[in-house]
Design a protein around this ligand. Structure first.
Ligand SMILES: Nc1nc2c(ncn2[C@@H]2O[C@H](COP(=O)(O)OP(=O)(O)O)[C@@H](O)[C@H]2O)c(=O)[nH]1
Ligand SMILES: Nc1ncnc2c1ncn2[C@@H]1O[C@H](COP(=O)(O)OP(=O)(O)O)[C@@H](O)[C@H]1O
Length: 183
């Protein structure tokens, strides 16, 4: 039984950190494509496939979304290849992406929503070294996308106060799905 864990949450909620932790537990990460510029420390084809607007337009995508003025999308090639090779996958997306995955892969998809306060967003982005301008735009986008609210149609909501606890909760979710499939 395959599992695709989709991690959704505002900027600084810890999506990327959790996804990296899941990789150490054998999960394969689906790398998405974006037109945003690379942050310090990010590596092309590891954090994202970084492309120009023109390249993005021509990409064969299964879904796409706009976030704080940049384009993001999951390429058909990325998901087709990795789904045939791996059983446990993880991807970070906004809620539009999560809905698209639920529609396209209803059997496999589990959506994990990370709850975040405005204060924590600012604190985490400051720690990540984001500029004041970036923090403001991500705060606005999180409000617009309702990322401070209580979401509907997700499989689990976590606070991510403790990273290990978050990872364990997600591993348990995967285990439950596997047990259900084995029955
Ligand atoms: N729908 C969708 N959302 C994506 C995709 N790739 C990334 N995102 C989301 O786009 C938002 C902005 O990502 P990013 O610029 O890395 O900002 P961060 O959340 O501050 O790290 C986040 O919610 C990501 O999870 C994608 O392919 N599709
Ligand atoms: N549970 C946690 N407790 C404290 N800090 C965390 C936790 N999870 C992530 N962080 C930190 O918060 C910042 C933002 O995390 P990141 O994974 O980049 O968020 P996102 O991908 O959701 O934007 C990073 O500095 C990261 O180390």
């Amino acid at each position: 039984m395959k599992t695709i864990i989709v991690i959704v949450g505002g900027s600084g909620s810890g999506k990327t950190t959790i996804a990296h932790q899941l990789e150490t537990h054998g999960f394969e990460r689906l790398i998405t494509t974006t037109t945003r510029s690379m942050r310090e420390g990010e590596v092309n084809h590891h954090d994202y496939h970084f492309v120009s607007k023109e390249e993005f337009k021509n990409l064969d995508k299964i879904e796409e979304s706009e976030y704080a003025g940049n384009h993001y999308g999951l390429s058909a090639n990325e998901v087709d290849t990795k789904l045939t090779q791996h059983h446990q996958l993880v991807i970070c997306m906004d809620m539009n992406g999560a809905r698209a995955m639920q529609r396209k892969y209803p059997e496999y998809t589990k959506v994990v929503f990370i709850r975040l306060t405005k204060e924590l967003l600012v604190e985490r982005l400051n720690r990540r070294g984001s500029s004041e301008e970036e923090i403001q735009s991500r705060l606005e986008e999180a409000k617009k996308k309702n990322e401070f609210g209580m979401p509907e149609q997700v499989d689990v909501v976590i606070e991510n106060k403790d990273l290990n606890e978050s990872v364990q909760t997600i591993l348990q979710l995967t285990q439950k799905q596997k047990e259900k499939a084995d029955r």
